[in-house]
Design a protein around this ligand. Structure first.
Ligand code: PRP
Ligand code: MN
Ligand code: MG
Length: 181
């Protein structure tokens, strides 16, 4: 466990690539909202790392709130079941909301969260995700800010876990087969 790097089969995105892209996204976001206050809504737990870095890459300050839903459990495949575990602390009526996610895989989690938030009469709801996988075309949710489109492989690191492990890795990578054995 001391050498988690040994558990990676390959690195898809380095720390530097991620930080560079987040700075670009932060600049785009700040320009698009130009002076309008927007609320960052992170989706626990995977989004904690991207939230921490994205909010600090913004040229100014933005409030944040969190939701917790569960769709995966501890495995690598989506169960298709979305449960709300923790709701927002904030009333978002009339406010601009920017959902922050680490990854969109099937899109089930975000399409559910987006329509749930839209039912609360916000001024707008947009999505920012670090990673997006190809299967999301099946649910067709418009994602305004995408860090990277990645292949359909199970990835960990930078907030993404396998059985709650590897969230602390600074890169994004795939796991070696021995990890699953
Ligand atoms: C992962 C990931 C996204 C979601 C994407 O979360 O962080 O939130 O799955 O999958 P989908 O597009 O197929 O719905 P997970 O449910 O593993 O919880 P976690 O963030 O606590 O790891
Ligand atoms: Mn998640
Ligand atoms: Mg997970």
């Amino acid at each position: 466990h001391e050498h988690m790097g040994d558990d990676l089969a390959k690195v898809l995105l380095t720390e530097e690539q991620i930080q560079t892209r987040l700075s670009e996204l932060a600049g785009d976001i700040w320009k698009d909202y130009e002076g309008k206050e927007f609320l960052l809504v992170g989706v626990l737990k995977g989004a904690v790392v991207v939230m921490a870095d994205l909010m600090r890459a913004l040229p100014g300050t933005a409030p944040m709130d969190w939701m917790a839903v569960s769709s995966y459990g501890s495995g690598t495949k989506s169960s298709g079941v979305v449960r709300i575990l923790k709701d927002l602390d904030t009333d978002i009526s009339g406010r601009h909301v920017l959902i922050v996610e680490d990854i969109i895989d099937s899109g089930l989690t975000l399409s559910w969260i987006k329509s749930n938030l839209e039912s609360r009469s916000p001024a707008s709801v947009e999505i920012c995700t670090l990673l997006r996988k190809p299967d999301v075309v099946k649910v067709d949710i418009p994602v305004r800010y995408v860090g990277f489109d990645i292949p359909n492989e199970f990835v960990v690191g930078y907030g993404l876990d396998y059985a709650e492990k590897y969230r602390n890795l600074r890169c994004v990578g795939t796991l070696a087969p021995h990890v699953y054995a």
